[in-house]
Ligand binder design. Sequence first.
Ligand SMILES: *[C@@H]1O[C@H](CO)[C@@H](O)[C@H](O)[C@H]1NC(C)=O
Ligand SMILES: *[C@@H]1O[C@H](CO)[C@@H](O)[C@H](O)[C@H]1NC(C)=O
Ligand SMILES: *[C@@H]1O[C@H](CO)[C@@H](O)[C@H](O)[C@H]1NC(C)=O
Ligand SMILES: *[C@@H]1O[C@H](CO)[C@@H](O)[C@H](O)[C@H]1NC(C)=O
Ligand SMILES: *[C@@H]1O[C@H](CO)[C@@H](O)[C@H](O)[C@H]1NC(C)=O
Ligand SMILES: *[C@@H]1O[C@H](CO)[C@@H](O)[C@H](O)[C@H]1NC(C)=O
Length: 346
Amino acid sequence: MNSLPLPLLAVLIGSALCQYYDYDSYYQPSMMLGPSGPNCAQECDCPIHFSTAMYCDGRRLISIPNVPTGIKYLYLQNNKIKEIKAAAFINATDLRWLVLDHNHITSGGVEKGAFEKLKSLEKLYFSYNNLTEPVGPLAKSLTELKMMGNKMTKFPSSTLSGLENLTSVFLQENELTTEGIAGAFKGLRSLIYVDVSQNKLTKLPSGLPSTIEMLYADHNDIGSIPKEYLLKLPVLQYLRISYNKLADSGIPAGAFNVSSLIELDLSFNKLKNIPEVHENLENLYLQANQISKFDVGSFCKIIGPVNFSKLRHLRLDGNNLTRANVPYEAAGCLPLATEFSVDATD
Ligand SMILES: *[C@@H]1O[C@H](CO)[C@@H](O)[C@H](O)[C@H]1NC(C)=O
Ligand SMILES: *[C@@H]1O[C@H](CO)[C@@H](O)[C@H](O)[C@H]1NC(C)=O
Ligand SMILES: *[C@@H]1O[C@H](CO)[C@@H](O)[C@H](O)[C@H]1NC(C)=O
Ligand SMILES: *[C@@H]1O[C@H](CO)[C@@H](O)[C@H](O)[C@H]1NC(C)=O
Ligand SMILES: *[C@@H]1O[C@H](CO)[C@@H](O)[C@H](O)[C@H]1NC(C)=O
Ligand SMILES: *[C@@H]1O[C@H](CO)[C@@H](O)[C@H](O)[C@H]1NC(C)=O
């Protein structure tokens, strides 16, 4: 299957996420940094016109510098920090953003209570460290948590409990198991975005709140989807389960027949048939499965005389299908399609 030539099409798989920018995109050191203010830690820079920010990134630091009161944005990425002492943030009561990506921090290296004073923290970026379990307890004010690229096998249900303003959680590239994340997202009433791609899940996360709009679980070992799973997620728009172990038998009839979905990515699985989807779906990615039957009825729903499904992108390349398998009705059924791909010849 992997030897099939996939056409190099400009697929917009990543485009849904423009709103989730990274801090790097508006941090331009040469333009922003002025002389350090009087309270700035010696090892760091605090821009003169943006004195609530302290830039300490990429300075070979092995410990957290003193963070004065008044600093709201703290950048500590790309250092060699291994541990966080209990008193490290004792004066950092105003901190809103804490960026610790690309350090060597282990779970055992974070002393108890280290985050206790961070009562206003909104964004915690802790990606690409050596965490084997999440740090905490976290501030109730948290809105965004990134802990990707660590070595976490579990993410206990207590970690995020009561974080009423948490909207996004990024946990990709860890070693999380289905049991290890059981209940982790329960009761989070502002949560809209969860990414658990590149982990060791055999099932989609359970107990997600009904506010979820984007759920990404690519590159796991998921073999089936519970029948009513999507019915409990009434505003889910983007669902990605590519590079998993889904076969037809793991997808109950009507599992994807929900009106909220805009994008469904089931590419690189083991499907033999096109699953039935709702007419509202716009992007359906099924490339690199084992589909050998083009069933128009799966996605072609007649809404009105000139109004069929809303599908714009349908990828079927890398299956056992060629143009010759595509029935005549298919063209009429995809009036909005800007991308439709099967393998050209066999
Ligand atoms: C906290 O502030 C006090 C008083 O300014 C100072 O003596 C101490 O070193 C600071 N500690 C840290 C960890 O920033
Ligand atoms: C963190 O992980 C890296 C890569 O796996 C390893 O080389 C390093 O020794 C680890 N550091 C600590 C402090 O455990
Ligand atoms: C959550 O956000 C609201 C609105 O911004 C704010 O009033 C409230 O204090 C926040 N909750 C916490 C626990 O920070
Ligand atoms: C799909 O959902 C619609 C309502 O949204 C319903 O009318 C239809 O029967 C469903 N199809 C299947 C196969 O469940
Ligand atoms: C197609 O259906 C949608 C609702 O599903 C409606 O908003 C739109 O006006 C319809 N277009 C035509 C040309 O009938
Ligand atoms: C691929 O499709 C051809 C004809 O469409 C069929 O004869 C063959 O059995 C299919 N192969 C697989 C592995 O499904």
